[in-house]
Design a protein around this ligand. Structure first.
Ligand code: ADP
Length: 238
């Protein structure tokens, strides 16, 4: 379970404090496909980055499976990050490395024995449906395929949590469907919690078990996917 307890993130802007995340408390059960939606600048990305501490909270705490991770450093922080995969809007693949080497990166970083790397890469390629693209470079792939490589890389060390930051926002509808389907398959076949930020309502509708709506740094509504679209409670959701 992921639990945010009174999490705030305050940045400095033109010498003034700016509260991007404002006292958010939220619990996300294990194994959920959980969406965070809201308009641009609502604080979604900043909140989600506190899970793997790419962003440290200014105050409040983040718990994973009951353990306070807010102040982890050094080895403990590296270990935490191995338990959490992340994908991004612009894929963040290495252009001059082929698909195999892109996926192998995370395995090398975690000290996976050399002999186990290739078999694991091919297993991951099968999971994302790209077994026939192993030798290609990112430039040879469609946006959807690039994102599926990024998903394979994020899953390399069997993370318990996958963070997806606007993972379909740079894609056209066909490629979006392809990535959505890949994530659904993963969710159905692996014990993983997926936390997905998006401002694309079609994606929210088709993917999430539950949704939190963020506005001006706060969670203004939490609802089932069906509930949010049939009977939204907050002005931001409407
Ligand atoms: P969202 O993901 O909902 O679009 P973000 O979390 O990216 O929103 O940003 C929330 C607000 O915090 C925005 O106004 C953004 O400009 C600001 N912000 C994000 N990161 C920083 C930073 N490192 N320094 C200053 N302001 C930031």
């Amino acid at each position: 379970m992921i639990r945010f307890e009174d999490v705030s993130v305050v940045f400095e802007r033109n010498g003034q404090p700016f509260t991007a995340v404002n006292k958010v408390s939220l619990e996300i059960e294990k194994g959920r496909f959980f969406g965070i939606v809201g308009s641009s600048g609502a604080g979604k990305s900043t909140l989600v980055r506190t899970v793997n501490l790419l962003q440290r909270p200014t105050s409040g705490r983040v718990y994973i499976d009951g353990i306070d991770v807010t102040h982890l450093q050094g080895k403990d922080l590296s270990h935490l990050r191995q338990r959490i995969g992340m994908i991004f809007q612009h894929f963040n693949l290495i252009k001059n490395a082929n698909v195999i080497d892109n996926i192998a990166l995370g395995l090398k970083a975690s000290g996976t024995p050399k002999a186990l790397i290739k078999p694991r890469v091919f297993e991951l390629l099968k999971t994302v449906g790209l077994s026939d693209k192993a030798e290609l470079y990112p430039g040879d792939l469609s946006g959807g395929q690039k994102q599926r490589v990024a998903i394979a890389r994020a899953l390399a060390n069997n993370p318990e949590i996958l963070l997806c930051d606007e993972a379909t926002s740079a894609l056209d509808p066909d490629n979006t469907r392809e990535v959505v389907q890949t994530l659904k398959n993963i969710k159905d076949n692996y014990p993983i919690t997926i936390l997905f930020i998006t401002h694309q309502m079609e994606v929210a509708k088709s993917l999430f078990d539950e949704i939190a709506v963020m506005s001006e740094g706060q969670i203004v509504e939490r609802n089932s996917s069906y509930g949010l679209f049939s009977r939204p409670q907050s002005a931001a959701a409407r």
